[in-house]
Design a protein around this ligand. Structure first.
Ligand code: ADP
Ligand code: TZD
Ligand code: MG
Length: 566
């Protein structure tokens, strides 16, 4: 233990915390136990914040959120074997979403683990983490902790960001070494994510394509949000007059209320665009792989991405621009001559008309006097409450709860929306909310399906223990997608059914937070508003009609049962 270490000596615990500290780490998320408990104690003693969770997966998701929000890798600390495995979903999810994080795990004695002699928490962790992470390293000597942490940081944030695994055996943490030697082994990473400009040739190719376009479209992805490219993206959009479409976590890079947003005419914009500029967005399943029927077969693409392998992954890219978004977008802004961008006025008018039509339809759904309330009614109320708290960060997961909230809840600031992301994963809710609250100090509203919430619900205790300004609104329709499915084997409930009568509001009361149980949009608006104003931990259990919702939400086409039925 550090307090017993003579001044001239240091140890692995000290060194690990110092190695993180010299690189700007302020917060560590984790669950303690053998052999890493003292990492957390030493971190606190040296002024870092340690946030202790109830499950490593949520700690990992918090670290990933920290990475996305700060451009510094979030740190997740886990114990060996089971704790390590619990954290891996978050590490893999961070890698999939291109968020920088580092999972640092203690591990058991190498000699006995490698001979499979039945060590306490025996597992070959490095081998298991490697295929799930962007990079994976093990530190075998205390004097290598500094360089190991430096390697992990650079790997996490350089190029395409991702999750990095760093394995530190207990013996390395406990090892003692000379304090001066320890100090000299620390490494401060210089320029971990260097700027990357594109060549004039690549730029000219892109600009001439834009000048040929008649129905151009800019698609903004979460890579642009992460890159903090909002100023350059705004210049590009406003100077060219090109309509834009945000991917879900890119909402707020430009405000949803921006006149050039065609989010409310998405299908029309995708289907008819002839030249598309992708700014930090992949042509994966979320964009129909860039293919018909979602896109015109004749559309040509300009793609800005830091990862060269991303280009041509689904569809040929006519003008690749490989570099960081801030540099490349500002290069584009300087190179484009706005007078030479000629957009078909008729197309813009049709986009406007479609937007107006869809906005009206949504407004009708929100105000329809439906009882029990449905997703639209409840989320219309949440939207009203949020309008008085514009700095609130939104976390969102579920199926219908995700689809409806993405459309109904406007986001007006960059990096103010975190959601199920590229995998459509459930379980990010409380972890993302905690990470966002800790890193930014701002209020967080987590809008959760009742199923989605269950994956990380025990972290309500963490939220209360640290008194974080997190309000969780649960859209409780009594099930996964829906709560009204008849069972094939009574008295067991159907596979999609959950307890509709569950009083999630009472869960948080057990930890000292405030619970609200609401059955009308009016009550929902009052409760969310009061909870956000109080800035204290709260749960709003919104009772939604169990018949509301569709199976798999908006991605029913990916469900083999349903796809064959239609
Ligand atoms: P979305 O889901 O919002 O469409 P994706 O996660 O599919 O976004 O794509 C994000 C893309 O952004 C990835 O291909 C990633 O390589 C890229 N990216 C991440 N950071 C940067 C950056 N700083 N500069 C350029 N591209 C980036
Ligand atoms: N497990 C994990 C880790 N991720 C998943 N995406 C799923 C399971 C499958 N799944 C979905 O894709 S959405 C969902 C599950 C279980 C929950 C939907 O129910 P909900 O939302 O209550 O959260 P709605 O509003 O009822 O649709
Ligand atoms: Mg549900």
């Amino acid at each position: 233990m550090t307090s017993e270490t003579p001044a001239r000596r240091s140890d692995g615990f000290d060194l690990l915390v110092d190695a993180l500290r010299v690189n700007g780490t302020e917060n560590i998320y984790g669950v303690v136990g053998i052999p890493i408990t003292d990492v957390a104690r030493v971190a606190q003693a040296k002024g870092l914040r340690y946030i202790g969770f109830r499950h490593e997966q949520s700690a990992g998701h918090a670290a990933a959120a920290a990475g996305f929000l700060t451009q510094r890798p979030g740190i997740c600390l886990t114990v060996s074997a089971p704790g390590f495995l619990n954290g891996l979903v978050a590490l893999a999810n961070a890698t999939t979403n291109c968020f920088p994080m580092i999972q640092i795990s203690g591990s058991s004695d190498r000699a006995t683990v490698d001979l499979q002699q039945g060590e306490y928490e025996e597992l070959d962790q490095l081998a298991i983490a490697r295929p799930l992470a962007k990079a994976a390293f093990r530190v075998e000597r205390p004097e290598d902790i500094g360089i190991g942490v430096a390697r992990a940081i650079r790997a996490a944030v350089s190029g395409r960001p991702g999750g990095v695994y760093l394995d530190i055996p207990g013996a390395v943490l406990g090892a003692s070494l000379d304090a001066e030697q320890a100090r000299r082994s620390l490494v401060e990473v210089v320029d971990p994510a260097p700027r990357q400009l594109v060549s004039q040739g690549a730029l000219r190719r892109a600009v001439s394509l834009l000048e040929e376009a008649r129905r151009p479209l800019i698609v903004i992805g979460k890579g642009a949000a992460y890159a903090r490219a909002e100023d350059d993206v705004r210049r590009l959009v406003e100077q060219t007059g090109i309509p834009f479409l945000p991917m879900s976590m890119a909402k707020g890079v430009l405000p949803d209320g921006h006149p050039q947003s065609v989010a409310a005419a998405r299908s029309l914009a995708l289907g008819e665009a002839d030249v598309v500029v992708l700014l930090g967005a992949r042509l994966n399943w979320l964009l129909g792989h860039g293919r018909a029927p979602r896109w015109s077969p004749d559309a040509r693409f300009i793609q800005v991405d830091v990862e060269p392998n991303e280009l041509d992954s689904n569809r040929p890219i006519a003008a690749p621009l490989v570099g960081d978004l801030v540099s490349v977008t500002s290069q584009l802004v300087s190179a484009v001559r706005p007078g030479r961008i000629r957009i078909d006025g008729d197309w813009l008018q049709r986009l406007e008309a479609k937007k107006a039509e869809n906005v009206q339809k949504m407004s009708d759904r929100i105000t329809a006097p439906v009882r029990p309330m449905n997703f639209s009614g409840a989320l219309g109320a949440v939207r009203d409450a949020l309008s008085d708290h514009p700095g609130t960060i939104l976390v969102n997961e579920g199926a219908n709860s995700l689809d409806f909230a993405r459309d109904i809840l406007p986001i007006s600031r960059p990096r103010h929306r975190l959601d199920s992301g590229t995998w459509g994963v459930m379980g990010v809710g409380m972890g993302y909310a905690i990470g966002a609250a800790v890193e930014t100090g701002q209020s967080v509203l987590a809008v959760e399906g009742d199923s989605a919430f269950g994956f990380s619900g025990m972290e309500l205790e963490t939220i209360c223990r640290y008194q974080l300004p997190v309000v969780t609104a649960i859209l409780n329709n009594g099930g996964i997608y829906k709560g009204d499915e008849p069972s094939q084997r009574p008295p067991d409930p159907a596979p999609t059914t959950l307890a509709w009568s569950a009083r999630y509001d009472r869960l948080i009361e057990a930890y000292g937070g405030v619970g609200y149980h609401v059955e009308t949009p009016f009550a929902a608006a009052e409760a969310v508003s009061a909870a956000l104003s109080a800035g204290r931990p709260a749960v709003v259990n919104c009772v939604i009609d169990p018949v509301a919702g569709t199976e798999s939400g908006h991605i029913e086409n990916l469900n083999p049962t349903r796809a064959s039925a239609t």
